[in-house]
Design a protein around this ligand. Structure first.
Ligand code: ADP
Ligand code: MG
Length: 228
């Protein structure tokens, strides 16, 4: 379960305190796929980073699987994030000098040395994920040799390599043409259905949000459920 309780976020700016989130509460279970819709500047990335353990809220708590993220020591939080949470960003953030296959394995590099069984498992899982995202014939390519949609599919495979319980996507189709965007969104949902994780996508695209079974709008620091 992901339990978000009364999180607020304020930034101090030269013009005073800017409140972007105001007592946001949300409870999601494995298998939930959620889109959070809102215009640029409304606080979507702030919310996603807080949910992902990357940025502490000004108030409130976030717990995943019963662990309160911001009560963990920073080294513990880093390990927790690495194994439990997968991220996909608008800019794929792939390592340009590494192959597609190596990029997918990056989150596994912190696995304990000598854990050869797990390493072999990750290798097989990476190949399987690359097949599922339709890139089996691109595994030796560098990111510079891929289309935008293909890069984003690598980023999705990388986000899923540790079999995270929570997958967070920040405008994952923001840089793609409509056809590639539709394909990436379908793929995210398809993989989500197979893995039974919690999937949260934040986006300004009503079209992307409409593909998700649960939708919220972020406005005035609050999450409002969009009823279909
Ligand atoms: N570190 C920061 N310091 C001050 N203001 C910030 C900071 N990060 C974001 N903001 C402001 O908070 C608001 C929400 O930002 P963000 O969460 O990135 O929105 P979105 O992802 O919806 O575009 C914006 O007005 C932005 O300028
Ligand atoms: Mg943003």
């Amino acid at each position: 379960m992901l339990e978000v309780s009364k999180i607020s976020k304020h930034y101090s700016t030269p013009r005073g305190l800017l409140t972007v989130l105001s007592k946001v509460t949300l409870s999601l279970a494995p298998g939930d796929a959620v889109a959070i819709l809102g215009p640029s500047g409304i606080g979507k990335s702030s919310l996603l980073y807080i949910l992902g353990g990357l940025e502490p809220p000004s108030a409130g708590s976030v717990s995943l699987g019963g662990r309160n993220l911001y009560e963990l020591a920073s080294s513990e939080l880093a390990g927790f994030r690495n194994t439990q949470i997968g991220f996909v960003f608008q800019d794929h953030c792939l390592l340009p000098q590494c192959s597609v296959f190596e990029n997918v394995l990056v989150p596994t590099l912190v696995a304990r040395a000598g854990d050869t069984g797990q390493r072999a498992d990750f290798t097989g899982h990476a190949l399987s994920l690359l097949e599922q995202v339709g890139l089996s014939d691109r595994i030796e390519h560098r990111p510079g040799e891929l289309s935008g949609g293909e890069k984003q599919r690598v980023a999705i495979a990388r986000a899923l390599i540790r079999r995270p319980h929570l997958v967070l996507c920040d405008e994952p189709t923001g840089n793609l043409d409509p056809v590639s965007a539709g394909a990436v969104a379908s793929l995210l949902l398809d993989l989500h259905r197979r893995q039974k994780n919690i999937l949260i996508v934040v986006t300004h695209s009503a079209r992307l949000a409409s593909q998700f079974p649960i939708r919220f709008e972020l406005a005035d620091g609050q999450l409002n459920r969009i009823e279909s």
